[in-house]
Design a protein around this ligand. Structure first.
Ligand code: OAD
Length: 275
């Protein structure tokens, strides 16, 4: 039986070639890309928090009924992510995106690990506009005022133990919420437009670490494939997109993405048969 990190050398070479030669490319990522950094995925067992499933807490109704519990969950997620670092998968995606002005990195993740990897890869240089990750589902590290609608970067610790310490807007005094997309809400129009435009133009679409269970995010990949892009999937498990994929790698993103994307892949990359 094949070990999980053992990949087909020919398939890897073919996919590498596609990904390296494409000027117009789109990458769609999900929680699996951050799994090796220690950030729990949504649909894995560790996605549970105090017996709640994300679907129970990530809704406008849950926030209206019980903002304390919802903020406790987001406070825990913000602390979890703040204590973690980008992994090799984020790093390889960042370097690949920076090298590719016609490329777009589109993520469903609300952690800031792509952005941190991009800043690290760009070094002292500013991150060019094309390389900024398109955040389809918002960010854990921004707040949105339920009163005046002001959005603000927010990195401080938020520990909520009751109604009295819910975070309030510094401008209008109303309740703040996390600036993330909840079930039943629309995606930010500018982010979705940028993602779909990149998908329609792409010669190649790389999908990594997503169950492709949530729309319209998952349709970024099917729009790209419909428009003729080569579809490459990186995921230890099958997904609804697998049947459409031209190349499938059943490995962790942290292992396979450097091998697929880096000009000089690490010598201790994924094992290939015969090596
Ligand atoms: P999921 O938790 O649904 O899926 C994570 C995927 O990552 C699964 O398909 C795993 O097999 C895969 N995976 C696990 N470890 C991996 C690794 N090391 N490398 C690569 N893949 C790995 O997360 P998403 O698909 O991101 O939305 O979920 C999509 C959306 O559903 C989220 O953005 C969130 C959630 O509800 C909102 O909150 C609006």
């Amino acid at each position: 039986m094949r070990e999980p990190d053992e990949v087909d050398r020919t398939a890897l070479q073919e996919a590498r070639e596609r990904l390296r030669s494409a000027d117009r490319a789109v990458a769609l990522t999900g929680a699996g890309v951050s799994a090796a950094s220690g950030v729990p995925t949504f649909r894995g067992e560790e996605g549970l928090w105090r017996d709640y499933r994300p679907e129970e807490l990530a809704t406008p109704d849950a926030f209206t009924e019980d903002p304390v519990t919802v903020w406790q969950w987001y406070g825990w997620r913000r602390r979890t992510v703040a204590d973690r670092d980008p992994n090799e998968g984020h790093g390889a995606l960042a370097r690949w995106t920076l090298r590719r002005p016609g490329g777009r990195l589109v993520t469903q993740n609300v952690d800031d690990l792509h952005q941190r990897a991009l800043r690290a890869a760009a070094g002292a240089d500013p991150i060019p506009d094309h390389a900024r990750a398109v955040e389809l589902h918002g960010s854990l590290f921004r707040t949105l005022c339920t009163g005046c609608g002001r959005r603000r970067e927010s990195r401080e610790r938020i520990d909520v133990s009751g109604d009295d310490d819910l975070p309030l807007c510094g401008e209008c005094g109303e309740l703040l919420r996390p600036d993330v997309v909840w079930f039943g809400e629309s995606l930010p129009g500018d982010a979705l437009d940028a993602a779909m435009e990149a998908a329609r133009r792409a010669e190649v679409c790389l999908v990594a670490g997503t169950s492709a269970a949530v729309q319209p995010a998952a349709s970024v990949a099917s729009v790209a494939a419909d428009a003729g892009a080569v579809l490459i999937e990186v995921n230890p498990e099958p997904t609804p997109l697998t049947g459409r994929a031209d190349g499938v790698f059943r490995s962790g993103a942290e292992t396979i993405l450097p091998a697929l994307l880096d000009d000089d892949p690490p010598p201790d990359g994924p094992r290939v048969p015969g090596s």
